[in-house]
Structures are given as C-alpha cells and as structure tokens.
Write a protein that binds this ligand. Sequence first.
Ligand SMILES: [Zn+2]
Length: 239
Amino acid sequence: METIETPERAMLVIPHPDDGESGCAGTVAKWVAEGCHVLYVVATNGDKGSADPEMTSERLAAIRDVEQRNAARALGVDEVVFLGYGDGELEDTQEFRGRVVREIRRWRPDVVMAMDPLRTKGHTHRDHRISGLVAMDACFPYARDLLHFPEHIAEGLETYKVGAVLLWGSENPDTVVDIAATLGRKIEALTAHASQLSTDANRIETFVTRRAKDAAERASADGGQYEFAELFRKISFRR
Ligand SMILES: [Zn+2]
C-alpha cells in the first residue's frame, strides 16, 4: 500500500458526528501533531441516533454538537463547521454541494477526507453515500471552476484545486497511515461521543484497537510493517 505525506491543510466531510473519529481520528491526530491544519465539515446534526424512547431529536442534536466539538478539541482540529442537515435527510443537491465547495474554497485543503460512497458489499447509510459523493464532486470539478457558484468569487473567495481525496471505510483501500503513536488519541476522541457508545470505556478501547490492528495486518500483508493503522482509498487530482 501507498503511504501519504502529511498535508499542510486537510478538510473532512463528515456525515454524522462521530463518523470522522471512527474513520480517521488516528490520522487527524498524527497530522495535527506534524503541523497540519484541519477543518471538520459536519453535514448532519445526528438527531436520529438514539434508541432512548425519552430522547427528542432537538435534545439529541444539542448533545451531539457538544460531543463533536469535544472530540475535535481532543484531536487538535482547528475548526468545526456544522451544516445542520437532519440525520438521514442528506440529498445530493446543488445547495449541499455549494456549501461544501464554499468550505473548500475558504480552507484550501491539500487533502479532503470523506466516506467512500462506492461500496458494493452490504448496505450503507444513505448519508454516508451522499456525503462521500458530494465531497468528491465538490473537489472536482466544482471548486476548481470559476463559473460554478460564482457568488463565492463575488464575495472574495477564489477557485481551488484539491490535491487528493482520501476515502475512509473503503472496500478497496490503497493507502495506509501508521497510527501507532495516536491510537490513544483516537480512543479518547471517540469516547467523547458518549451518546453513541457503550458506557464501558474498555469496550470502546478493545473495539477500536482491534480494528486498527486488522487494518495494520492488511497493510503489512501488502508489504511494510504496521502495528496500528487506518486505511484509505486515494483519488488524486492534477493540480
Ligand atoms: Zn454515520
């Protein structure tokens, strides 16, 4: 598998609060420690993610907002933008795409990270598919082209060419990031999403560690030597 150089600026397009941490918190913590500036763009407010009959969507959205901010703070993320769509209500619209394009033109990331929308084994959450597709489309060609969303240009932003998209949750990963030094930070960040997790901290640790170990084994089988890893499918764009 390929490795990737630490970018100067990165942006994550996250469908629900906690998906970013679960997919790439180890990579984010590692990159931040190496001087990368990271923006989170959280598409939905996660207001359906509860089995508690006493819970309301309004209260849950407020809880998850705080959890997401705390998780981002634990990783050293520079800024979190909430687009505020309802959980399960993402659509592949010009409006959503425009808001992602606007963040790309504002943040000017070398790398955009999103969930791989193209999975064939099993069903995936609609918001995961749509946020992944919209993120990829926003990078290319929409953020690049002057005549897409000219209102951004009118307000002083410039067009921008993203270098690469890293997709997490991919069935066909080709890129590995060694997270041995930041696995603990990933666990810490995920623990911030208390409403989504078992209250037993040991179980979170066991689960996250096992997944990172499985990823490392997959990457090691492909050459290289890893103890804990996160895997991505990389799509590069000519800049
Ligand atoms: Zn999700």
